[in-house]
Write a protein that binds this ligand. Sequence first.
Ligand code: Y12
Ligand code: CO
Length: 171
Amino acid sequence: MKLPVVVYPDRRLKEVSLEITDFDSALHELLDNMYDTMIESNGIGLAAIQIGVAKRALLLCIPDEEGEQHYDDLLEIINPVISNEDGSIVYQEGCLSVPSFYEDVERHERLTLSYQDRHGNQQELEAESLLSVAIQHEIDHLDGKLFIEKLSYTRRKKFEKEYKKLQKSKK
Ligand code: Y12
Ligand code: CO
């Protein structure tokens, strides 16, 4: 089921999400609802807090060269821990919780990630490029941070002004 996406400046986006301990049917329903919400909103990544659930779960589904997303490529990432970050990459980021705004952000180019899958099994993956960027973006959500917090002071001021104007025009 597609659920409403929490949008900035909703205060829930500042919450630090809690570790997941129960790998039960309630978690599976949460992950399935996150998937429907992400795909039907044209997203490639979503953290649970973006549908108002402060738990350390995130999804990623990176499109192929034709821009198509495949269920087989879905990553369900629970309780992630990053190690061995290196390099630097600038990527234009977007976020379903900050609609219609895209900006260059600098992050680590490569990383190693440990996490649990929906059954609680421990997994590890190595990521680079867009996957690495998207993992860092989504883990920031679990820690109550948004990519707009990485902008320069001037760029952030400009964003706040433009975003308020856009929100008003939507009402
Ligand atoms: C770089 C870093 C992190 C990510 C993953 C998370 N971001 C998204 O999945 C963003 C999706 C998005 C989709 C939008 O909707 C459409 O394009 C139809 C969108 O547009 C509006 O809100 C109007 C904005 C963001 C990705 C890349
Ligand atoms: Co986001």
